[in-house]
Design a protein. Structure first.
Lengths: 217, 158
């Protein structure tokens, strides 16, 4: 039983090996065929590429030849155009420069006239200002002088009044002192020199006067 | 009563003198009627004055009416008009008599003087009558003529 199985297995293995070999061979030939076809295609492609390169080179040469001419032509045209542009620009610049110079001259002229007018106007205003200032200063000085004079007059008047008051007070004081001195002197002198008869005469005189004046009724 | 007062006032001119004389008279009469302390007279003047009083004066007073009489006399004295005189000296009795005689001649017989001393008056007198003061002294005259005096003095100084 076991032998049978081994044989079967060997048979199966052999069959599988054969099948595998067949499949391998088949695959080998298929791949070889593909490789050959691919190599053939590649060769065709290479040929085509070479052809294309040749055509391209030829076209390039042609293009280069054509381009050089066009470039020269374009350069010539460009030069002419550029010369025209430069010429136009120079004219334009000259014109602009002239205009600018004229404008500057006009501007200078205007500025000079404006400056002159400003100067005249400024001088006029300054003169007016000075006149007003002079007038105001004059008025101010007159007013100040009047006020000062008035103030000085008042001060003088007050000072004179003060001096007069002081003088009068002092004179009054001196007068009082004189009178007091005289009274004192008389008192001292008359007390010694006046006789009793004189005293009595004065008293009688006083009584008569009191009677005359009706002081004693 | 008026006769008694008139007798006393006859030679009495000042209020101080009157009071003095009334006091010595009262003391003298009291001593005469009732005895007791003897009256000390201040001088000959008092004695002379007592002697100068008339006899009727003493006859009208006795020990029964003496106090009434003096009470009435003192009351009457208060009613007398007094002239106050400010003098610059102290007058003696004679001078007071001279002034009093002159004053009574001008203002009435019962006038009494009240003599006061004021040396500031310089000379003359100042009077007070019924409360009013009037200066008739030399000081007053000087004050009235103060400006003239000052002017004269100033002229003298120049």
């Amino acid at each position: 039983m076991i032998n049978l199985s081994i044989n079967t297995a060997i048979l199966i293995s052999a069959a599988v090996a054969i099948l595998t070999s067949l499949l391998y061979l088949r695959e080998y030939f298929l791949r070889k065929k593909i490789y050959q076809s691919q190599r053939k295609i590649s060769q065709i492609k290479l040929q085509k590429i070479a052809q294309l390169l040749a055509a391209a080179e030829e076209a390039e040469t042609q293009v280069l030849a054509e381009g050089s001419f066009a470039t020269k032509k374009l350069l010539a045209e460009f030069k002419i155009q550029l010369q025209n542009i430069v010429k136009d620009s120079q004219q334009s610049i000259n014109s602009s420069q002239n205009q600018l110079i004229k404008f500057m001259e006009r501007l200078q002229d205007t500025s000079a006239r404006f400056e002159e007018a400003s100067k005249i106007s400024g001088e006029k205003r300054i003169n007016e200002l000075f006149e007003r200032l002079e007038s105001k200063i004059s008025d101010f000085l007159i007013q100040t002088e009047q006020k000062t004079t008035s103030s000085i007059d008042l001060e003088l008047k007050a000072a004179r009044q003060l001096i007069e008051t002081y003088r009068n007070a002092q004179l009054k004081l001196i007068d009082e002192n004189i009178v007091a001195m005289m009274e004192q002197t008389l008192n001292l002198v008359l007390a010694k020199k006046l006789s009793l008869k004189d005293q009595l005469d004065l008293i009688y005189e006083a009584l008569e006067k009191a009677k005359t004046e009706k002081f004693i009724v | 009563m008026q006769d008694l007062l008139n007798s006393i006032l006859k030679d009495t001119y000042s209020i101080s003198e009157l009071k003095h004389r009334l006091r010595i008279l009262k003391n003298y009469l009291s001593e005469s009627f009732f005895g007791g302390q003897k009256v000390e007279l201040t001088g000959v003047e008092d004695t002379n004055w007592l002697k100068s009083l008339p006899a009727q004066f003493f006859q009208s007073i006795n020990k029964d009416n003496i106090y009434n009489i003096f009470t009435n006399l003192e009351a009457d004295v208060k009613k007398l008009t007094i002239l106050t005189m400010y003098l610059t000296f102290e007058p003696d009795t004679t001078t007071i008599s001279q002034i009093g005689t002159f004053a009574r001649k001008n203002f009435g017989p019962s006038l009494l003087l009240d003599i006061k001393f004021d040396p500031n008056l310089i000379a003359g007198t100042a009077l007070v009558w019924k409360g009013n003061y009037q200066d008739y002294s030399l000081r007053s005259k000087m004050a009235q003529k103060k400006e003239e005096i000052l002017e004269s003095f100033k002229k003298f100084l120049r």
